[in-house]
Design a protein around this ligand. Structure first.
Ligand code: V07
Length: 251
Protein backbone atom coordinates (compact mmCIF):
# COMPACT_ATOMS: atom_id res chain seq x y z
CA UNK A 1 0.00 0.00 0.00
CA UNK A 2 1.22 3.52 -0.65
CA UNK A 3 -0.18 6.89 0.29
CA UNK A 4 0.01 9.86 -2.02
CA UNK A 5 -0.50 13.22 -0.40
CA UNK A 6 -1.05 16.64 -1.92
CA UNK A 7 2.68 17.21 -2.31
CA UNK A 8 3.03 14.14 -4.48
CA UNK A 9 5.07 12.32 -1.88
CA UNK A 10 4.55 8.60 -2.03
CA UNK A 11 5.39 6.83 1.16
CA UNK A 12 5.40 3.07 1.29
CA UNK A 13 3.74 1.79 4.43
CA UNK A 14 5.88 -1.35 4.43
CA UNK A 15 9.09 0.51 5.19
CA UNK A 16 8.32 3.29 7.64
CA UNK A 17 11.45 4.19 9.68
CA UNK A 18 10.86 2.73 13.15
CA UNK A 19 12.85 5.36 15.01
CA UNK A 20 13.03 8.96 13.80
CA UNK A 21 15.23 11.54 15.57
CA UNK A 22 14.71 15.25 14.93
CA UNK A 23 16.82 18.34 15.61
CA UNK A 24 14.02 20.92 15.74
CA UNK A 25 15.95 23.97 14.58
CA UNK A 26 14.72 27.36 13.31
CA UNK A 27 12.15 28.42 15.90
CA UNK A 28 13.92 31.74 16.53
CA UNK A 29 14.35 32.36 12.80
CA UNK A 30 10.66 31.54 12.22
CA UNK A 31 9.74 34.21 14.80
CA UNK A 32 12.21 36.79 13.45
CA UNK A 33 10.74 36.45 9.95
CA UNK A 34 7.37 37.41 11.47
CA UNK A 35 8.84 40.20 13.65
CA UNK A 36 7.84 38.21 16.73
CA UNK A 37 9.93 37.58 19.87
CA UNK A 38 11.98 34.34 19.91
CA UNK A 39 9.72 32.82 22.55
CA UNK A 40 6.78 33.02 20.12
CA UNK A 41 8.85 30.75 17.88
CA UNK A 42 9.42 28.30 20.72
CA UNK A 43 5.69 28.22 21.42
CA UNK A 44 4.90 27.55 17.76
CA UNK A 45 7.61 24.87 17.84
CA UNK A 46 5.97 23.24 20.84
CA UNK A 47 2.58 23.15 19.11
CA UNK A 48 4.26 21.52 16.14
CA UNK A 49 5.72 18.80 18.37
CA UNK A 50 2.15 17.70 19.11
CA UNK A 51 1.12 17.74 15.43
CA UNK A 52 4.13 15.75 14.24
CA UNK A 53 3.79 13.29 17.13
CA UNK A 54 0.16 12.53 16.22
CA UNK A 55 0.99 12.14 12.55
CA UNK A 56 4.05 9.94 13.17
CA UNK A 57 1.98 7.74 15.50
CA UNK A 58 -0.74 7.46 12.86
CA UNK A 59 1.64 6.20 10.16
CA UNK A 60 3.27 3.66 12.49
CA UNK A 61 6.53 5.25 13.62
CA UNK A 62 7.60 3.47 16.84
CA UNK A 63 9.94 6.05 18.41
CA UNK A 64 10.28 9.79 17.91
CA UNK A 65 13.33 11.26 19.66
CA UNK A 66 13.24 15.06 19.78
CA UNK A 67 16.14 17.34 20.76
CA UNK A 68 14.26 19.78 23.00
CA UNK A 69 17.15 21.27 25.02
CA UNK A 70 20.89 20.68 24.82
CA UNK A 71 23.44 20.94 27.63
CA UNK A 72 24.73 24.01 25.71
CA UNK A 73 21.37 25.82 25.73
CA UNK A 74 21.92 27.14 29.30
CA UNK A 75 24.20 29.77 27.67
CA UNK A 76 21.16 31.52 26.15
CA UNK A 77 19.66 34.64 27.81
CA UNK A 78 18.08 33.86 31.21
CA UNK A 79 14.55 34.86 30.20
CA UNK A 80 14.69 32.59 27.14
CA UNK A 81 15.98 29.64 29.22
CA UNK A 82 13.26 30.33 31.75
CA UNK A 83 10.60 30.24 29.03
CA UNK A 84 12.02 27.03 27.55
CA UNK A 85 11.99 25.33 30.97
CA UNK A 86 8.26 26.07 31.24
CA UNK A 87 7.47 24.46 27.88
CA UNK A 88 7.30 20.88 29.21
CA UNK A 89 4.75 22.15 31.78
CA UNK A 90 2.71 23.96 29.10
CA UNK A 91 3.00 21.02 26.75
CA UNK A 92 1.44 18.62 29.23
CA UNK A 93 -1.25 21.04 30.41
CA UNK A 94 -2.27 21.50 26.78
CA UNK A 95 -1.75 18.08 25.20
CA UNK A 96 -1.70 15.38 27.87
CA UNK A 97 -5.34 14.23 27.41
CA UNK A 98 -4.83 13.92 23.63
CA UNK A 99 -1.55 12.03 24.05
CA UNK A 100 -3.17 9.57 26.45
CA UNK A 101 -6.12 9.09 24.06
CA UNK A 102 -3.63 8.46 21.25
CA UNK A 103 -1.80 5.82 23.35
CA UNK A 104 1.51 7.77 23.18
CA UNK A 105 4.18 6.89 25.73
CA UNK A 106 6.31 9.82 26.91
CA UNK A 107 9.94 9.31 27.91
CA UNK A 108 12.65 11.82 28.76
CA UNK A 109 16.41 11.35 28.54
CA UNK A 110 19.14 13.75 29.60
CA UNK A 111 20.79 15.10 32.73
CA UNK A 112 17.37 15.64 34.27
CA UNK A 113 18.65 16.19 37.83
CA UNK A 114 19.86 19.64 36.67
CA UNK A 115 16.38 20.78 35.59
CA UNK A 116 14.26 23.16 37.70
CA UNK A 117 11.88 21.24 39.98
CA UNK A 118 8.73 22.40 38.12
CA UNK A 119 10.15 21.06 34.84
CA UNK A 120 11.21 17.78 36.41
CA UNK A 121 7.78 17.41 38.07
CA UNK A 122 5.98 17.89 34.74
CA UNK A 123 8.12 15.34 32.89
CA UNK A 124 7.97 12.83 35.74
CA UNK A 125 4.18 13.10 35.84
CA UNK A 126 3.95 12.67 32.06
CA UNK A 127 6.10 9.55 32.10
CA UNK A 128 4.12 8.17 35.00
CA UNK A 129 0.74 8.81 33.34
CA UNK A 130 1.74 7.20 30.04
CA UNK A 131 4.02 4.38 31.16
CA UNK A 132 1.58 1.63 30.19
CA UNK A 133 0.77 3.09 26.76
CA UNK A 134 1.79 0.92 23.82
CA UNK A 135 1.75 3.37 20.89
CA UNK A 136 4.52 5.67 19.73
CA UNK A 137 7.29 6.44 22.24
CA UNK A 138 7.74 10.21 22.36
CA UNK A 139 11.30 10.45 23.66
CA UNK A 140 12.40 13.99 24.61
CA UNK A 141 16.11 14.76 24.88
CA UNK A 142 16.12 17.38 27.62
CA UNK A 143 19.41 18.80 28.96
CA UNK A 144 21.05 16.20 26.75
CA UNK A 145 24.57 16.17 25.31
CA UNK A 146 26.05 13.15 23.60
CA UNK A 147 29.72 13.53 24.62
CA UNK A 148 28.70 13.88 28.25
CA UNK A 149 26.46 10.83 27.85
CA UNK A 150 29.45 8.82 26.54
CA UNK A 151 31.69 10.09 29.36
CA UNK A 152 29.06 9.04 31.90
CA UNK A 153 28.92 5.58 30.30
CA UNK A 154 32.74 5.27 30.37
CA UNK A 155 32.82 6.20 34.08
CA UNK A 156 30.14 3.65 34.97
CA UNK A 157 31.97 0.92 33.05
CA UNK A 158 35.31 1.88 34.67
CA UNK A 159 33.66 1.63 38.09
CA UNK A 160 32.35 -1.88 37.30
CA UNK A 161 35.89 -2.92 36.34
CA UNK A 162 37.35 -1.34 39.49
CA UNK A 163 34.82 -3.16 41.66
CA UNK A 164 35.70 -6.45 39.99
CA UNK A 165 32.25 -6.96 38.41
CA UNK A 166 33.59 -6.74 34.87
CA UNK A 167 36.76 -7.74 33.05
CA UNK A 168 38.32 -5.24 30.61
CA UNK A 169 38.22 -7.95 27.90
CA UNK A 170 34.46 -8.27 28.36
CA UNK A 171 33.84 -4.65 27.30
CA UNK A 172 32.13 -4.62 23.90
CA UNK A 173 30.01 -2.25 21.83
CA UNK A 174 27.01 -3.79 23.58
CA UNK A 175 28.48 -2.81 26.97
CA UNK A 176 28.81 0.80 25.88
CA UNK A 177 25.35 0.77 24.28
CA UNK A 178 23.75 -0.57 27.45
CA UNK A 179 25.10 2.41 29.42
CA UNK A 180 23.71 5.07 27.05
CA UNK A 181 20.50 6.98 27.78
CA UNK A 182 18.76 5.26 24.86
CA UNK A 183 19.31 1.77 26.32
CA UNK A 184 15.72 1.29 27.46
CA UNK A 185 14.54 1.69 23.86
CA UNK A 186 16.30 -1.71 23.41
CA UNK A 187 16.39 -2.76 19.74
CA UNK A 188 15.02 0.66 18.78
CA UNK A 189 17.95 2.50 20.40
CA UNK A 190 19.48 3.59 17.10
CA UNK A 191 17.46 5.98 14.91
CA UNK A 192 16.80 4.85 11.32
CA UNK A 193 16.39 8.44 10.19
CA UNK A 194 17.72 11.77 11.48
CA UNK A 195 16.00 14.95 10.36
CA UNK A 196 17.37 18.44 10.99
CA UNK A 197 15.33 21.49 10.03
CA UNK A 198 16.33 25.07 9.23
CA UNK A 199 19.26 24.46 6.88
CA UNK A 200 22.06 23.51 9.31
CA UNK A 201 23.80 20.23 8.47
CA UNK A 202 25.56 19.27 11.70
CA UNK A 203 24.89 16.86 14.58
CA UNK A 204 25.54 19.43 17.32
CA UNK A 205 26.34 16.79 19.97
CA UNK A 206 23.11 14.81 19.38
CA UNK A 207 23.20 10.97 19.60
CA UNK A 208 26.78 10.66 18.28
CA UNK A 209 27.01 6.92 19.00
CA UNK A 210 23.43 6.06 18.05
CA UNK A 211 23.46 7.83 14.65
CA UNK A 212 26.41 5.79 13.31
CA UNK A 213 24.32 4.12 10.57
CA UNK A 214 21.28 6.43 10.33
CA UNK A 215 20.10 8.06 7.13
CA UNK A 216 20.19 11.85 7.47
CA UNK A 217 17.77 14.26 5.85
CA UNK A 218 18.27 18.02 6.06
CA UNK A 219 15.63 20.54 5.12
CA UNK A 220 15.60 24.35 4.93
CA UNK A 221 12.14 24.58 6.51
CA UNK A 222 11.93 26.08 10.00
CA UNK A 223 10.67 23.65 12.64
CA UNK A 224 7.26 25.37 13.17
CA UNK A 225 6.64 25.03 9.39
CA UNK A 226 7.66 21.36 9.24
CA UNK A 227 4.33 19.56 8.73
CA UNK A 228 2.98 16.12 7.77
CA UNK A 229 3.88 16.77 4.13
CA UNK A 230 7.44 17.63 5.15
CA UNK A 231 7.68 14.45 7.20
CA UNK A 232 6.35 12.41 4.27
CA UNK A 233 9.00 14.00 2.07
CA UNK A 234 11.76 13.05 4.51
CA UNK A 235 10.42 9.49 4.81
CA UNK A 236 10.17 9.25 1.04
CA UNK A 237 13.83 10.27 0.80
CA UNK A 238 14.71 7.65 3.43
CA UNK A 239 12.80 4.98 1.50
CA UNK A 240 14.52 5.87 -1.78
CA UNK A 241 17.91 5.36 -0.10
CA UNK A 242 16.89 2.35 1.93
CA UNK A 243 14.86 -0.07 -0.20
CA UNK A 244 13.97 -3.47 1.16
CA UNK A 245 13.83 -6.54 -1.08
CA UNK A 246 12.33 -9.48 0.79
CA UNK A 247 13.88 -8.45 4.06
CA UNK A 248 17.29 -7.72 2.53
CA UNK A 249 18.47 -4.16 2.57
CA UNK A 250 19.98 -3.04 -0.72
CA UNK A 251 22.17 0.04 -0.33
C1 V07 B 1 10.68 22.85 23.57
C2 V07 B 1 9.56 23.42 21.41
C3 V07 B 1 10.03 22.57 20.26
C4 V07 B 1 11.10 23.24 19.45
C5 V07 B 1 12.45 23.23 20.11
C6 V07 B 1 12.72 24.19 21.26
C7 V07 B 1 11.57 24.63 22.09
C8 V07 B 1 8.27 20.32 23.87
C9 V07 B 1 8.99 20.14 25.03
C10 V07 B 1 8.85 19.09 26.01
C11 V07 B 1 9.98 18.54 26.62
C12 V07 B 1 9.88 17.52 27.53
C13 V07 B 1 8.67 17.01 27.81
C14 V07 B 1 7.52 17.54 27.22
C15 V07 B 1 7.62 18.57 26.32
C16 V07 B 1 9.98 21.12 25.01
C17 V07 B 1 11.77 22.36 25.65
C18 V07 B 1 11.67 23.12 24.51
C19 V07 B 1 12.83 22.64 26.65
F1 V07 B 1 8.55 15.98 28.66
N1 V07 B 1 8.76 21.34 23.19
N2 V07 B 1 9.81 21.84 23.86
N3 V07 B 1 10.94 21.35 25.91
N4 V07 B 1 10.58 23.61 22.42
Amino acid sequence: MSTKNNDNQNISHGNIPKHIAIIMDGNGRWAKKRLLPRIAGHKAGMNNVKKITSYANKIGVKVLTLYAFSTENWKRPTDEVDYLMHLPVNFFDQFMPDLIAENVKVQVMGFTDELPSYTLNAVTRAQEQTKNNTGLILNFALNYGSRREIVQAAKAIALSVKQGELDVDQITEATLQSHLMTHNLSELADPDLLIRTSGEERLSNFLLWQLAYSEMVFTDEYWPDFDATSLNRAINEYQKRHRRYGGLVEK
